[in-house]
Design a protein around this ligand. Sequence first.
Ligand SMILES: NC(=O)C1=CN([C@@H]2O[C@H](COP(=O)(O)OP(=O)(O)OC[C@H]3O[C@@H](n4cnc5c(N)ncnc54)[C@H](OP(=O)(O)O)[C@@H]3O)[C@@H](O)[C@H]2O)C=CC1
Ligand SMILES: CC(C)(CO)C(=O)C(=O)O
Length: 318
Amino acid sequence: MSISRYAVIGTGALGGFYGAKLQKAGLDVHFLLNSDYEHVIQHGLVVESKDGDFTLPQVNGYNDVASMPYCDVILVALKTTQNHLLSQMLPQVIKNDGVVLVLQNGLGIEEEIAQIVGNDRVMGGLCFLCSNKVGAGHIHHLDYGEIILGEYAANYHPVGTTDRMRQIANDFESAGIPVKLSEDLLLGRWQKLVWNIPYNGLSVILNATTTELMANIHSRNLVEKLMYEVIAGAKSSGRIISDRFVQQMLDYTDNMKPYRTSMKIDYDEHRPLEVEAIFGNPLKKALTAGVTLPLISCLYHQLKFLDARNREFHNISH
Ligand SMILES: NC(=O)C1=CN([C@@H]2O[C@H](COP(=O)(O)OP(=O)(O)OC[C@H]3O[C@@H](n4cnc5c(N)ncnc54)[C@H](OP(=O)(O)O)[C@@H]3O)[C@@H](O)[C@H]2O)C=CC1
Ligand SMILES: CC(C)(CO)C(=O)C(=O)O
């Protein structure tokens, strides 16, 4: 049994799901909560999952990082739009030899976190998960769940696999969460974007589920073209993604239950969209290497417009 103590920073759809699974498997987990704090302290966490429902009547819940114990592994599971809070939060919860594991979508977040805790204390996890928070302390896990885990090093230099990765992978696997180890985190991040850029973006702009995007020849075509542009972005970072990978992502989505992407849910709920992490940062990284990605840039500007108008309209009508 692992002796690692885990912190979950952001107990929502993703953090609540993985954190609850770890606690259920007997690990020592500490949850940072926001609006659900009172409810979770009184009633715990409820996970409805395609792999079996369960309840944790009692969890270690906090509404302030200052009251959390120092932890070995800090799971970052806020929306990236809240990441400005991390420079103040992380130093208060990470042990001297602890590690921050970024479970968020997008590119370049590990680099930002390395500035706070140091290059040798950051890892990234790519989460192939479909989960929603449907009520206070109530998580609905719809599908999948695998994590691809990679070490971060300065400039995303690939560093292979480490003992610390294997230890964390063992903990997650003991909780029934499949983990694969990646020797190159940046490659993994670009691969994940092959999915997130077309589907998250188009689901908002075209007001569509993944199934609808796949069923129409025009949107499907656009999805495919965007996937190839992500591959060009990856190439500008020196990472090669094969054309076969595009086919795998299309097949993966064809086999998925109709899915409202996380960005679409945020849009429908009038919450800030993760446009910078998922679109802005990849565009910047490619541009630094002298490569422009016109289709992705077009999505970026449309999403910035929709995001601003969506929140403005919501503020006026409330
Ligand atoms: N959901 C999924 O299936 C997947 C999500 N991801 C990525 O994971 C990340 C998290 O997404 P997701 O879990 O869906 O998002 P959620 O909004 O469900 O979870 C984020 C949680 O952070 C909490 N939070 C916000 N501000 C604070 C704060 N100041 N202190 C403490 N907690 C705070 C929110 O609280 P409150 O409830 O009060 O808003 C919320 O519970 C994103 O980057 C997303 O792209 C990646 C793959 C799949
Ligand atoms: C690709 C997917 C659906 C997980 O498999 C995801 O990452 C998301 O909704 O953001």
